[in-house]
Design a protein. Structure first.
Lengths: 270, 353
């Protein structure tokens, strides 16, 4: 598994520039630029409907932008072959679910789809990637459990393992901690932040973002309201402006990271 | 569990699932051959397996079989093409069902979900009852045209309605209702009792009109469809978590859906044109096989084809022998046998649900 970009192809990674996208007549993204630094974890914040999910779908190449361009190592996404893109960029969806009675190993093996040709059997490299992904997500002893029997936290881990089996260099996660209890939220983000990949993760919980992210991009009504290192972005003023919530931001908090305590809702202009 | 033992157990599972396919496949092929050979011998005229074999050898250019022309005709012109058509139809309908269920992410999907069978019925009835085509179009041809019209309507409707999989299913249901209504209307207003009976028999599915042309055409289309579907086995796996997830795994979703829907609709149209709408095989057999093999399509598709073939060979044998000399529509037999079997499979796999 290639953990770090080799010097020969040190491109610019995945970049979104001036992305606009409408949905049902409304402008969901309006000139958004996002350039995650290679090997870091970028948190994507913003209220419901601010365009986080849409931006991730555009970054993943699932949704075409109306304006702007997403590039992978400088090449616009429409020019990158689908399978090549899937070997570089992996996506963990918000509510991945299935009626199919898959085992954990079956689901993780889906990550090898972009690496395999029709009719060809799995190679040693395929099996090793699956084994490694299961081990890194702590699922090795649960490989034969079926999807139905898994808890929400385990399901998200399986999705991350499947994404790792794709052997990507970029990993996009859409609110992966939704519906998880606090222990699983922390476990999951600790796992993601330890990955030697360029990760972009949409999050709702500001303290989780403060704990684990290297950089933050905050969206409001489809535009970038703030972007930069965590301590510069997460301010009382920003929380009031973007979320309409009064907050006390302590920096450094108990763990050396900014800590946000919410005090109540505030008028947006206040 | 140590990392080494874990890795061993994971790769062991990979190995065992791979080893299962050739073995189960070989067993399935053997079972199918035995089934066809036995089915040919069963019926009012007494024929032994050796007799059937010598007839086949004689027709393929070997020594004369030594049987009377009538018995040779029974084997070569009636039972053999009929049994082979049953195998081809069973395999084709079951594979179409498996593909549709995965592609549309709907456990109730079957080869007829896109209205193909209803369209075929309308086409056939238009030819039989109304004399459409002025004698230039056969019943089979009319059924095929009807099926293609229905599928085209479904594609057009689902595209207009937004193109997502649930829209495809809804468009299919709409087309099915429309063509069923048209068929009923034509039959009720224009057909006499004898024609109605013939049409009904065909609607329920019957292999009684099988000849070598039917069997050959269906087998050729089945072979092509199996190649296309088999080549998409891994792609179909990737649809487990939905179309977006498939897209992020590098699957060209829209193209794959169009190709697979078209291929399965074409195969279904050809099968229905020859044998009528034999129900149940395409809906239930994929579930039964999936319960035994797991969801991976590289295993599921070939084993479903074999299971469908064996199942329909025996269902048709029953259909033509059980009330001899009267014949039961094979679609009736498939449901009468299949429903209890299906309930049993669901019951035995209930803990996994």
């Amino acid at each position: 598994m290639t953990d770090t970009p080799s010097p020969s192809d040190a491109g610019t990674g995945l970049r979104a520039e001036g992305i606009s996208r409408t949905a049902g007549g409304a402008l969901v993204l309006d000139g958004v630029t996002l350039a995650p630094r290679p090997g870091t974890l970028t948190g994507l914040l913003g209220p419901n409907g601010s365009g986080k999910s849409t931006l991730l779908r555009v970054l993943a190449g699932v949704l075409a932008p109306d304006a702007g361009v997403v590039t992978l190592d400088g090449a616009p996404l429409p020019t990158v072959p689908r399978r090549a893109l899937a070997r570089r960029v992996a996506v963990v969806e918000q509510h991945a679910d299935t009626q199919v009675d898959l085992t954990v190993a079956d689901a993780v093996r889906l990550g090898r789809v972009p690496h395999r040709r029709a009719w060809s059997p799995a190679t040693a490299a395929d099996e090793e990637a699956v084994r490694s992904a299961l081990a890194r997500t702590g699922l090795a002893d649960r490989a034969h459990r079926t999807w139905r029997t898994l808890s929400g936290g385990e399901r998200q881990r399986v999705q991350i393992a499947r994404a790792l089996a794709q052997e990507p260099r970029e990993l996009l996660l859409d609110e992966p901690t939704n519906h998880l209890d606090i222990q699983h939220q922390l476990d999951l983000l600790a796992l993601v932040s330890a990955l030697p990949l360029t990760c972009v993760v949409a999050l709702h919980d500001l303290n989780l973002a403060a704990m684990h992210c290297d950089h933050l991009v905050v969206l409001r009504e489809g535009r970038v309201a703030a972007a930069g290192p965590v301590r510069e972005v997460l301010t009382e003023r920003l929380v009031a402006d973007v979320y309409g919530v009064r907050a006390a931001v302590t920096h450094p908090g108990p763990d050396g990271r900014p800590h946000i305590r919410f005090l109540g809702t505030a008028p947006r202009d206040g | 569990m140590t990392p080494a033992s874990t890795s061993a157990s994971v790769s062991a599972s990979v190995r065992s699932s791979r080893a299962l396919t050739p073995l189960a496949g070989a067993a399935g092929v053997a079972l199918l051959c035995v089934s066809v050979a036995l089915a040919v011998t069963l019926g009012p005229a007494d024929v032994r397996v050796a007799d059937a074999w010598s007839v086949v050898a004689a027709r393929l250019g070997g020594e004369p079989s030594g049987l009377s022309a009538i018995r040779e005709g029974i084997v070569w012109d009636l039972r053999l093409p009929r049994t082979l058509l049953a195998a081809v139809c069973g395999a084709g309908l079951a594979v179409c069902g498996a593909v549709m269920q995965s592609l549309l992410r709907n456990p109730l999907a079957d080869p007829f979900v896109l209205g193909v069978s209803s369209g075929a019925s309308t086409g056939a009835v238009a030819v039989v009852v109304l004399g459409a085509g002025g004698g230039l179009v056969s019943v089979t041809g009319g059924a095929f045209l009807g099926a293609v019209c229905s599928f085209a309507l479904v594609l057009l409707l689902s595209h207009t309605l937004g193109g997502s999989t649930d829209r495809v299913v809804l468009a299919g249901v709409a087309a099915m209702q429309l063509f069923s209504a048209l068929t009923s209307f034509v039959v009720m207003t224009a057909a006499d009792a004898e024609t109605t009976r013939g049409v009904l028999f065909w609607l329920l599915g019957s292999l009684s009109g099988a000849d070598w042309t039917d069997a050959g055409v269906c087998a050729a289309v089945l072979a092509g469809a199996l190649l296309v579907c088999g080549g998409h086995a891994r792609t179909l796996d990737a649809f487990a978590f939905g179309e977006d997830a498939a897209a992020t795994l590098g699957v060209p979703v829209a193209r794959t859906r169009l190709v697979l829907l078209s291929v399965t609709a074409l195969l279904t149209a050809v099968l229905v044109s020859s044998a009528g709408a034999i129900g149940f095989v395409g809906l239930v057999l994929p579930h039964a096989v999936r319960a035994l093999t797991g969801p991976g399509h590289a295993r599921l598709l070939p084993l479903t084809a074999l299971a469908g073939a064996v199942f329909l060979v025996w269902a048709d044998t029953l259909a033509r022998t059980v009330l001899d000399p009267q014949e039961v529509p094979v679609g009736v037999v498939t449901s009468l046998i299949g429903v209890p079997a299906f309930v049993l499979v669901l019951y035995r796999t209930r803990s996994a649900r």
